[in-house]
Design a protein around this ligand. Structure first.
Ligand code: HEM
Length: 419
């Protein structure tokens, strides 16, 4: 807390933009002006702790470079950066990436983990899931038949991804709502600057989630089915994952599967609500949904930032990095880089190069679930607006507490046409 306070004070005193961007929880409502301020200072900015970038070329280069690694892979981080991983508060805390998950380790270990799960998420395998996803979306809307007002996040945007990923991982139906609640409480641990209360709540949720998952793996090991966890328990030889590895790989896929797509679906509905002409165009041109999903990913990136650490001395955009120096990569800012996207602040579902965004990251950690997330969201939106062509936001949306994840906690909608 002392360190946080000194960063806030430094931010206020010296006008240190990076400290402010990291610390100011208010920025979660609208981080975009701060991104433009940072952009105005050049491709990479730095204070004495860390660098930061909203430059598309820089983010892309760093994410693809083997001179940079993820923060979990390097053992001891410099102390100020540990704070970014909330470990200064409690060094023994479990986090979403503890024990180091696929997302937090570097090759060659990363390659070993990723290979095992990647097989389940190839574009071909995901393509075959289209009918099932359409059924799930239709079923969720059947359950809402006759309900005029509901919270889109609670009843639809969160339910669709959790059902799909739970099916894939063999999670029993009765456990799904509890997992959703736990995931929601735990998600704030992605952010720096947690209050003690937030931290304790998130930690309790994480512990419960870990305990649940351990039991899930035990149940499945005793009685394997055709889900991904069963496949992982049946690996043999050098591919075999030890119980800790299996735990973290499996839990990451589960959490990533239901914590991110919900934000994309919610952000899409909110954006289309503000652009009814574009919604009408999509209703007349349903082939456009795929590109519309990419435009929402670009304009309202559900994962706004990630972190990389230099593994050795290297140079990017003329700036020298020493080993251990970190760089905050604002994906949500890179996705509004005018060097790549014309009129980047404008939302345009027909934008020809919308898919050049970095919302799914790039390089070895490129989102494993990208095809699934795109499919789920396109199906969710098409089905929703087919069933309720006049659906609109009716009431005050509430943003989630997190800054790394950009999405809504509550998005009240009404199914009848706007009057
Ligand atoms: C990694 C975004 C949905 C599974 C990532 C990363 C991003 C991301 C930015 C990389 C972070 C970094 O490089 O530091 C998103 C977004 C999603 C989404 C915006 C939805 C809109 C999903 C889904 C799954 C998934 C549905 C389910 C399978 C993963 C996994 C990784 C990952 C396993 C780690 C990959 C690795 O480290 O090699 N995701 N994701 N994601 N995502 Fe997603």
């Amino acid at each position: 807390h002392g360190l946080q306070r000194s960063l806030i004070q430094r931010g206020a005193r010296k006008g240190d933009l990076i400290s402010r961007m990291v610390m100011d929880v208010g920025l979660r409502l609208d981080p975009f002006p701060a991104y433009e301020e940072l952009r105005g200072r050049g491709p990479i900015s730095a204070n004495d702790l860390i660098s930061a970038s909203v430059d598309h070329a820089v983010c892309n280069e760093v994410l693809r470079s083997d001179a940079f690694g993820t923060a979990g892979g390097q053992g001891e981080l410099p102390r100020p950066l540990q704070w970014l991983h909330h470990k200064v508060i409690d060094p023994d805390a479990l986090g979403p990436v503890d024990p180091p998950s696929m997302l937090a380790v570097d090759p060659p270990l990363h390659t070993r983990y990723r290979k095992q799960v990647a097989r389940a998420f190839t574009a071909r395998k995901v393509g075959r899931m289209g009918d099932r996803v359409t059924d799930v979306a239709g079923h969720l809307l059947d359950e809402l038949a006759g309900v005029e007002d509901f919270d889109l996040i609670e009843r639809y945007a969160s339910q669709l991804p959790v059902t799909v990923i739970a099916d894939l991982l063999g999670v029993p139906e009765q456990d799904r709502d509890r997992l959703l609640a736990l995931g929601n409480e735990a998600a704030v641990t992605l952010d720096p600057g947690l209050s003690w209360r937030q931290f304790r709540r998130a930690e309790d949720a994480l512990r419960e989630m870990h305990t649940w998952f351990r039991g899930h793996v035990e149940r499945i090991s005793a009685n394997p089915g055709d889900d991904l966890i069963s496949q992982l328990t049946l690996l043999e030889g050098e591919d075999r994952l030890d119980p800790v590895e299996l735990h973290q790989v499996g839990l990451l896929v589960l959490a990533a599967g239901f914590e991110t797509t919900v934000n994309l679906i919610g952000n899409a509905v909110a954006m289309l609500d503000g652009h009814p002409d574009q919604l009408r165009w999509l209703q007349e041109n349903p082939d456009g949904w795929g590109n519309a999903v990419d435009e929402v990913l670009r304009h309202q990136s559900p994962v706004q930032l990630t972190l990389r650490i230099a593994l050795r001395e290297t140079e990017v955009a003329g700036k020298r990095f020493l080993p251990g120096h970190g760089i905050l990569l604002y994906l949500g800012g890179a996705n509004r880089d005018p060097a790549v996207f014309t009129d980047p602040g404008a939302f345009d579902v027909t934008r020809p190069n919308a898919d050049q965004h970095l919302a799914f990251s790039a390089g070895v950690h490129f989102c494993l679930g990208a095809s699934l997330a795109r499919l789920e969201t396109a199906v969710a939106l098409r089905t929703l607006y087919e069933r309720h062509p006049g659906l609109h936001v009716a009431g005050r949306p509430e943003r989630r507490e997190t800054r790394v994840l950009r999405g809504f906690e509550r998005l009240p909608v009404r199914t009848t046409a706007r009057v």
